[in-house]
Design a protein around this ligand. Structure first.
Ligand code: GLU
Length: 527
């Protein structure tokens, strides 16, 4: 029977979960799920400066936000733990002992100065430095033992067999891959201070944790032959390797800060949904059938396979991600939308509330993304006021969803797009809209507004979008006015802008007295 599949995601906590790391995590998670195996999270925290508790939490929170539940790892534990490398030091010591017994390592007493001098000499002679020259490799064991005994600083190096042929492995993505062994120098496994090097620790962990498949970025491809040599020296079976291609920005260059947001947290804060992120990232280098773009977690987790991973570089196209996010927003339904949009709705609420005057304001781009990095966080009082209102009138908030559901590409957009819904009896009149619509020569905007106001003020008309719209539209004929000239002024008078979500659906969600007050305030301001 084939081994139970065990895969791991092994981030070094450096501050944020980057898009590339998240993609690696998703591929491992989906593969484990598809194979009925285990997904392990291991924290590679050997860099004490960067591996703070805070940085670890950032990774765990991003994983949780994405919904990538791990079967073993921090917080959940597991039989192969601990899952922090710093807590596994004794396992590296044991592995070193095993290598000593097998005669696969030797102590090296060469100092940094000696090694630097050799490197420099090679460079000065115009030759490429070929790595460690094996000075200590054949030292008499009794001399080595004596020098260790005397406390002389030393590292432990792998004794790469001189007769080793090419190091070959069948990468699940790149196919048969081969590296010449004779260019591998005797790499350091354990440093002078007793700490393991990256390659040594990773091999020990993967072996001790029973990892069957190592799925990781191809920046690790050149480490793989070295790691295979370590597996062989330990006498352990090598896992299957699958190296994932690079992620490029739309300009064909490696994805970096230059391209904008590069971490999962940034996308979360910009109103992207975890489902959309997982769907989008799963398709960076993998495909279900080459066509399907929208896929639930269930589909990804049941259908994921290594043989559909491409070695072509993947392109990160944020326009596609936005589109996909929009698709998920359209499907999610009002209650969930309100729940997930709270950070931005609370902001719109807090920003709307203090307006007590109607005014004409300079035009801004209503589609500009909310810049949360610069926005002041809401204080407790503002949050409490929002939560109270949400609890008191959930129908209002759920009613906002259809106003934007079809058009939003990120949850954050509701903050600016629905700002007008929170102005109570006031309006912030967009200057351009005032000039183009309300002050338009010969368009009789004042007459149009007055006529519509009568419809809205008439208590005999029930306060429903369809009824109010029909009655207002019916005014076009007696007034001998184009529909556009009739309704656009009303839109500006109430929503402040000539581009807004559906007008009458918005009106239905407002209080009649507020709508009338807005109209009156606009008229007083403009005409
Ligand atoms: N900790 C390594 C990194 O963050 C990953 C090691 C591995 O996957 O082998 O790049």
């Amino acid at each position: 029977m084939a081994d139970r599949v065990r895969v791991r995601f092994a981030p070094s906590p450096t501050g944020r979960l980057h898009i590339g790391g998240a993609r690696t995590a998703i591929f491992n998670w989906a593969f484990a799920r598809a194979m009925g195996g285990d997904f392990i999270l291991r924290i590679e925290d050997t860099d004490p400066e960067r591996s703070t508790k805070e940085n670890v939490d950032v990774i765990l929170n991003a994983m949780k936000w994405l919904g990538l539940n791990w079967d073993e790892g921090p917080e959940v534990g597991g039989e192969a733990g601990p899952y922090f490398q710093m807590q596994r030091m004794s396992t590296y010591t044991e592995a070193l002992e095993r290598l000593k017994e097998r005669g696969a390592v030797y102590p090296c007493f060469c100092t940094k100065e000696e090694l630097d001098a050799k490197r420099k000499a090679a460079e000065d002679a115009g030759q490429a430095y070929e790595g460690y020259d094996g000075t200590c490799r054949d030292m008499d064991p009794s001399e080595a033992a004596r020098r260790i005994e005397a406390g002389e600083p030393h590292v432990w190096r792998l004794k790469v067999p001189h007769d080793h042929g090419p190091i070959m492995f069948n990468d699940a993505v790149y196919g048969p891959t081969s590296f010449p062994a004779n260019v591998m120098d005797d790499m350091i496994l354990v440093r002078t201070d007793g700490s393991p090097t990256y390659n040594f620790a990773v091999v020990c962990d993967d072996a001790n944790m029973g990892i069957t498949h190592v799925i990781r970025g191809d920046d690790h491809l050149s480490n793989t032959p070295r790691q295979i040599l370590i597996y062989e020296a330990l006498g352990y079976r090598t896992p299957t390797f699958a190296h994932l291609s690079m992620i490029l920005g739309p300009d064909g260059k490696k994805l970096s800060k230059r391209h904008g947001a590069t971490s999962v947290e940034e996308y979360r804060d910009r109103g992207f949904l975890p489902d959309a992120m997982v769907n989008f990232l799963a398709l960076l280098g993998w495909s279900l059938d080459g066509e399907t773009t929208i896929m639930s977690r269930d589909v990804i987790c049941s259908q994921f396979s290594l043989d559909r991973i491409t070695k072509k570089d993947a392109v990160f196209d944020e326009t596609k991600l936005s589109w996909m996010n929009g698709q998920y927003i359209q499907k999610m339904g009002a209650a969930e939308w309100v729940e997930l949009s709270k950070p931005w709705l609370a902001r719109a609420h807090a920003e709307g509330y203090p307006y007590v005057h109607t005014a004409i304001v300079p035009s801004s781009d209503p589609n500009a993304p909310a810049d949360d990095a610069e926005a002041e966080p809401l204080n407790d009082e503002q949050w409490a006021a929002f939560e109270d209102e949400l609890a008191a009138c959930p129908a209002f908030y759920e009613g906002l969803y259809p106003l934007v559901a079809e058009r939003e590409t990120s949850l954050a957009e509701c903050e600016s797009k629905l700002a007008y819904m929170f102005w109570g009896p006031c309006v912030l009149l967009d200057e351009k809209s005032v000039n183009k619509v309300l002050k338009k020569e010969g368009a009789r905007a004042d007459e149009a507004i007055a006529a519509c106001r009568e419809v809205l003020a008439d208590e005999a008309n029930s306060w429903e979008a369809a009824v109010l719209e029909e009655k207002c539209r019916a005014l076009a004929e007696p007034l001998d006015m184009k529909l556009k000239n009739l309704l656009q002024p009303l839109r500006v008078a109430i929503c402040g802008n000539m581009v807004s979500p559906p007008l009458f659906e918005s009106i239905e969600l407002m209080k009649r007295e507020d709508v009338l007050a807005r109209i009156d305030a606009t008229v007083a301001q403009v005409f």
